[in-house]
Write a protein that binds this ligand. Sequence first.
Ligand code: UDP
Length: 359
Amino acid sequence: MKITSVVGARPQFIKAAIVSPQLVAAGIDDRILHTGQHYDAKMSDAFFDELGIPEPVWSLHVGSGSHGAQTGAMLAKIEETLLADRPDAVLVYGDTNSTTAGALAATKLQIPVVHVEAGLRSFNRAMPEEINRILTDHISDLLLAPTQTAMQHLNAEGLGRDETSHVTLVGDVMYDLALRASENLETADFLATIGVNSGEFVLATVHRAENTDDPVRCAAIIEGLARVARDVPVVLPAHPRTRSLLEADPNSAKLTLIEPVGYLDMVRLEQTCALVATDSGGVQKEAFFHGAPCVTLRDETEWVELVELGWNTVVPPVDATVIHEAIQSRIGTTGEPASPYGHGDAGKRIADAVVARYQ
Ligand code: UDP
């Protein structure tokens, strides 16, 4: 069986690091197609090297652009590739424009689509990611859900109820990778390069368009974090798209802005920080995997389990004082122990589900 796995953005490379080897181990000829949505070496090549992800068979170099232009360019190029190679299925991850383009190109050619991380919902259609998720789930053949909550969302939308779609709970591949990566990881040397001590810094990431493209939210986040930094350093690896936006605000000088780091260095930071403040989906979960409390700088989260378990507090980022106080009051706290993301075998379950459905 031959599969084309479409990736394009950092969280997708990270998920492919777990799923691709499992597909290969199951005897599947898995061929990676990289759309080029993230093309900066620190956002792309570094992950292929560090995590041993197989080289892409196709690199489409689509690059950045408006949503329509970017998705359209991907759609045309992915279609060409699929027409030439005719895989038995196309596998897509998550919720980026690469996900939607891969799913749409395949389904129009009547090639079945496998969606990894199906069923996530924020119920906020202003988020481009929410549109990508809904579209992709509704045209996918095999929907692989990371959580019980995601299963409920798919069910509520009528997916998996007839022969047009098949839904399976597999767990979250990011947990598989977190377990693998965190074993015996030495952290001291890396923290020294940044100039912080274990347990004595806040780790922040900000990249969602709803925050970076809104001047009020962006200013509130930077000011809130700058106030936190009076007491404890705030380390912020900045996404290339957001670095210049952050630096335009003088308060950003109070933060420890660093270049995006590799996955293992990110795990080092997550394992040793006092708290994570983020608008990233993946980083919210990684905070939990590594035992750090999290403040989510958004109006809502898809990962509601962590709020219910007390690990995560959602703070709409509109007021610097509220952000500062939320972070201060959560440092040193934890939530309930639980395993909402499976047991570290999601990659194997995905490969098994693909084999069961298509072989
Ligand atoms: N990440 C990383 N280096 C960084 C920032 C994030 O390796 O400098 C990793 C992080 O550990 C997580 C993933 O990138 O595995 C999350 O990606 P991102 O926040 O870009 O996307 P989202 O999860 O919000 O879709």
